[in-house]
Each structure stands twice: as structure tokens, then as C-alpha cells.
Design a protein around this ligand. Structure first.
Ligand code: AMP
Length: 190
């Protein structure tokens, strides 16, 4: 199995690249952001809870997020692998992921972080906000808070996988095709 964590700050192109990677490698794309937006769209209790945090650019609490992620993984055991997009966002989530994959007899193959600087991120997300319909993409203060949360809580996940030689960086600036080729070159070494 290939179990890839596609990592990087908000707006670094994880979703765009994941869509292309799942096609090439026939993996299941699991985006916790998309799962939350689906729940919010259906106004479920989970969606209502998630909205309280997403609207402020904060992380949805682990007791909600980890359960949702684990359910999605165990509901789809017969796949060639997974691409985790937007998960894990802190160390506890990473430990929970390692645990569920170990229970399934597999493990994280690698984490690839897309490198994009802050000002480019703000520009990209504001641009995406014109069409995404996401309220968290339209307010510069919320976007900057998401970047701070990434630096404080999420970036340590890179250092969690690095000692096992599983964390890699890829330049996230360039055309979609260029970045895709860089990612594939890395994945092909897993
Ligand atoms: P994304 O689509 O990945 O940018 O996620 C949008 C928002 O959903 C984030 O800003 C968080 O509020 C929430 N979210 C997504 N994934 C997670 C996660 N793994 N842990 C906590 N919150 C998350």
C-alpha cells in the first residue's frame, strides 16, 4: 500500500495535487476539510460543531476529527492506499493515524510537504475565495490565523515523521504540472 500524507500550509495546493495523484496511483483521497464541509452542507450535528471552529480558522477538536477520520479509513479497507489531505494537523492526530494503520497491518509510507511562503498563500486563498464559496477563504484575518495555527500546531507533525526518514519537502511554487511531477518523483521512491 502507499499511504501518503500530503502536507503543507492552507492554500499550498494539497487538494489540487491530491485529485491528480489519486488518479495516477489509484488511491483513496481523504480530505478532512472536505468531510467537514459535507457535514456542514447537510447541517448535521458534526457539521454544526465543526463550523464553530472552521469559521474562525481554528482546528476542529480532536475528539470530533479523529473519530471521523478513523471511520472513513475503516469503511474503506480494500484500497491500494490512501492520500491524507489536511490530516494529521497535530501530533495526537498523527499518533491516532499511525495506530489505525498499524491495526490494518500497514503504515504511513511518507509525508510530503508543499513549501509555499505566507504572502503567496494569502494571495492564493483570497483568489480561491472568489469561487470556493468558503467563508474561511474570504477574510484575510481568518486566513492569517489558519497560517499561524499551521505553524504552531501542524508543522510539528513534519518533525514527528522526520526521524523515521519519512518526511520530505517539495517546492510548491510553479505550474500544477511541474509540482505534480516533483511529487510523483518523490512518491516513486517510496
Ligand atoms: P482544509 O480544507 O484542509 O483547509 O480545512 C478547512 C478547515 O477545516 C480547517 O481550517 C480546520 O478548521 C478544519 N479541519 C480540516 N482538517 C482538520 C483536522 N485534521 N483537524 C482539525 N481541523 C481540521
Amino acid at each position: 500500500m502507499i499511504n501518503l500524507i500530503l502536507f503543507g500550509p492552507p492554500g499550498s495546493g494539497k487538494g489540487t495535487q491530491a485529485t491528480k495523484l489519486v488518479e495516477k496511483y489509484e488511491l483513496l483521497h481523504i480530505s478532512t476539510g472536505d468531510l467537514f464541509r459535507y457535514e456542514m452542507g447537510n447541517d448535521t450535528p458534526l457539521g454544526k460543531k465543526a463550523k464553530e471552529y472552521i469559521s474562525k480558522g481554528e482546528l476542529v477538536p480532536d475528539e470530533v476529527t479523529i473519530g471521523m477520520l478513523v471511520n472513513k479509513v475503516i469503511a474503506n479497507p480494500d484500497v491500494k492506499g490512501y492520500i491524507f489531505d489536511g490530516y494529521p494537523r497535530n501530533i495526537d492526530q498523527a499518533e491516532a493515524l499511525d495506530k489505525i494503520l498499524a491495526e490494518m497491518g500497514t503504515e504511513v509510507s511518507g509525508l510530503i510537504s508543499l513549501q509555499v511562503d505566507d504572502e503567496e498563500i494569502v494571495k492564493r486563498i483570497l483568489n480561491r475565495g472568489k469561487t470556493s464559496g468558503r467563508s474561511d477563504d474570504n477574510d484575510e484575518n481568518i486566513i492569517r490565523n489558519r497560517i499561524e495555527v499551521y505553524k504552531g500546531e501542524t508543522r510539528p507533525v513534519f518533525d514527528f515523521y522526520a526521524p523515521r526518514d519519512k518526511a520530505f519537502e517539495v517546492d510548491g511554487i510553479g505550474s500544477i504540472e511541474e509540482i505534480f511531477d516533483r511529487l510523483c518523483a518523490r512518491i516513486d521512491q517510496f
